[in-house]
Design a protein around this ligand. Structure first.
Ligand code: SF4
Ligand code: SF4
Length: 331
């Protein structure tokens, strides 16, 4: 995208007197466009706008040069780069063919920005070691299972559960480390949601607050729901307002599920792979239940060692009992 086009897209958003604007660079690799990003960020920084903003880009870290690092260091409060790195150097080499990444630069420059680890069927065996490796380097970590067309086998899902169990033991013996999202669950909310139908929201905001702009300035609900990925009839339906005119994003298979409020879905992948914005994939269904079960194990191991429970912990134990009954019945 040209600098002029990027400025003409952003200017009206920055001038709107509304809440914070999140600006995210996407590609491909963010730093391939450093020649545009640098003057754009400096233009935003020098401007007088009517709202706060944050600027973010994800990167694989391969294109950093001393000059780019120096500029990023100077502008680290204006722009954050999130590093995608696959845990162990071995996994990084295996998945991306390049381990020559300055991890310490990212950890030191943006200590609160988690490093993104993508977990797939090939890398899941090394997930726990990868998370621990990054945590021990001082990073925060966000491991996430990619939304793919092919379903994971039960054996791979079980391996994911084993990796989470290893991490549960690790986090319980290192309680001050920042938790991974797999271990952030509101068990009381889940327990209270059993037998109650909960709404299913479109959490990411694609097309409803979140927009992606193509090189020509045309807006789309997100990068997957755009000509980058879609074509033909599928793209046409998006252009005609499929996402913006949809109000109900719920999957009827999830009506009775107590985890629905927190269970992530990608409406774009649902549409791409199953031709329906609402139709969730079975892999993530099993992944979500595996994560809740792993978190319950972690919390049980932690609480069982305590001689006295606080009232909050006692409520949590009741919630765990209720969810375990439900999980045993469901899985
Ligand atoms: S629909 Fe999927 S790919 Fe698009 S923004 Fe949401 S989570 Fe991301
Ligand atoms: S865990 Fe499964 S059933 Fe529950 S909300 Fe997620 S996809 Fe639906």
């Amino acid at each position: 995208m040209s600098l002029d086009m990027a400025q003409s897209i952003l200017e009206p958003f920055l001038l709107k007197p509304e809440g914070r604007l999140d600006i995210t660079f996407m590609g491909g690799e963010t730093l391939l466009a450093f020649g545009v990003i640098k003057p754009l960020v400096e233009w935003i920084k020098a401007g007088s706008w009517n709202r706060h903003y944050r600027i973010f880009g994800s990167t694989n870290g391969t294109l950093l040069t001393p000059a780019i690092k120096e500029w990023l260091e100077l502008n680290k409060d204006t722009i954050t780069l999130g590093l995608s790195y696959d845990g162990l150097p071995y996994s990084q080499m295996h998945n991306r063919g390049n381990d020559d990444i300055d991890l310490d630069f990212f950890i030191k420059t943006w200590p609160n920005q988690p490093i993104q680890m993508t977990i797939n069927t090939e890398s899941v065996d090394r997930m726990a070691d990868g998370v621990i490796y990054l945590l021990e380097k001082g990073a925060q970590v966000h491991p996430n299972v990619a939304f793919e067309q092919d379903e994971w086998s039960d054996e791979r899902i079980n391996e994911y559960g084993s990796q989470l169990y290893k991490l549960a033991l690790y986090f319980n013996s290192h309680p001050n480390l920042p938790p991974i999202t797999q271990f952030i669950h509101n068990l009381n909310e889940y327990a209270n949601s059993i037998d109650t139908k909960k709404p299913q929201y479109e959490i990411c905001g694609a097309g409803n607050g979140f927009q992606v702009f193509d090189l020509d300035g045309q807006s789309y609900p997100c990068h997957i729901l755009s000509p980058l990925v879609l074509e033909g009839d599928k793209l046409l339906r998006v252009k005609e307002g499929l996402v913006t005119q949809t109000e109900d994003f719920s999957d009827s298979d999830c009506d009775e599920c107590p985890f629905a409020l927190s269970c992530p879905t990608c409406i774009a992948c649902n549409y791409l792979y199953r031709d329906c914005l609402q139709k969730r994939d079975k892999t993530h269904c099993k992944i979500m239940k595996t994560e809740v079960f792993a978190y319950i194990k972690k919390e049980t191991m932690r609480l069982i060692d305590k001689e006295v429970l606080t009232s909050e912990e006692a409520t949590r134990v009741d919630s765990i009992r209720k969810i375990v009954e439900f999980i045993n019945y469901e899985i």
